[in-house]
Write a protein that binds this ligand. Structure first.
Ligand code: CP
Length: 318
């Protein structure tokens, strides 16, 4: 098995099946630290650098919380405008990373340009974790989601997925790549202008992902064991920042919305509902306390998953 020590986490396309299970095993072992709200000293000599060129609540803070739970240190920026990369200089990824690598032992990067973390990894002597790159990928989020499925359902293979939202989204790309390693058919439901891109469909076919498409959640929800939802009303992920600036935002059409009534009348009784958040109105708040919702559990698991990844790439666990 390839060691995780020193490894970049850039994409789930290069993750092998046994590596998913290795990460899940480490997450399960570290989970009690987070569940008991304790800190350990596992990474007390290590520092995480956060390099966020795009806003984030969960990804940055979950990585930071994970580092604190393992006794490590954190430095970095949450807004590139406060750095030379976001001012007049527009400092390059190379020049920025050639500094950051001396400030810590691992870097988590979110960027509005697809491939920016890959570019960083070319120049960095410390591991780079992709915290979301443009429309590219969001590997740590989908690792979190798969871990949530494993913990909630006791298995991953043999479960049928329904993915609803904007299929250009980075989470959807990482999801497709990940499911190529499992026996998990998936149905995608998206507005026509946000449907799977032809090149991505070709990749899924090449990776032997068993996928289909439907127009309305009602056509696919009855068969789904896992329902994963993302917004169709959302900002432009290729911008460093997309302000709402008083503009009206649209409502989510019924085709892409998971309501309490839909779950009660059409969904499997033991299906689980995931959303990486933030949400708009695609999952109304009254769904939160139904038995299907698992997005708060997913949020907790987001910390646990980042603990596992940091422990692995920093060589504290093998
Ligand atoms: N799920 C997720 O990536 O959330 P943030 O944009 O808040 O990091």
């Amino acid at each position: 098995m390839r060691s995780f020590m020193g490894r970049d986490i850039l994409s789930l396309k290069d993750f092998e099946r046994h590596e998913f299970f290795r990460v899940f095993e480490i997450a399960e072992r570290l989970e009690p630290i987070a569940r008991n709200r304790k800190n350990s000293d596992m990474l007390e000599e290590k520092t995480l650098v956060t390099a966020f060129y795009q806003p984030s609540t969960r990804t940055r803070l979950a990585h930071e919380a994970a580092m604190h739970r393992l006794g490590g240190h954190v430095t970095g920026f949450s807004d590139a405008k406060m750095t030379r990369a976001g001012d007049w200089y527009q400092e390059s990824i190379k020049d920025t990373v050639k500094m950051l690598e001396f400030y810590g032992d691992v870097i988590v990067m979110r960027h509005f340009q697809q491939g920016a973390p890959h570019e960083a990894a070319k120049w960095s002597s410390v591991p780079i974790i992709n915290g979301g790159d443009g429309w590219g990928e969001h590997p740590t989020q989908i690792l979190t989601d798969l871990y949530t499925v494993l913990r909630e359902k006791g298995r991953i293979d043999g479960l049928r997925w329904l993915a609803v939202g904007d299929m250009r989204m980075r989470t959807m790309h990482s999801l497709g790549y990940a499911l190529s390693q499992f026996d998990c058919p998936i149905t995608f439901v998206a507005p026509p202008e946000m449907s799977l891109l032809p090149e991505y469909k070709a990749e899924l076919n090449q990776l032997n992902v068993h996928f289909s498409e439907a127009e309305h959640v009602e056509q696919a929800i009855a068969d789904a064991d896992i329902i994963l939802v993302e917004p169709v009303v959302q900002p432009d992920y290729t911008k460093s920042r997309d302000e709402r600036s008083g503009k009206e935002v649209g409502m989510t059409p019924a085709n892409y919305k998971i309501t309490r009534e839909l779950l009660a009348t059409k969904a499997k009784s033991d299906a689980i509902l995931l959303h990486s958040l933030p949400r708009m109105d695609e999952i109304p708040a009254d769904v939160d306390i139904t038995r299907w919702s698992r997005y708060w559990q997913e949020a907790f698991n987001g910390v646990v998953m980042r603990m596992a990844l940091l422990a692995l790439v920093l060589g504290a666990m093998e």
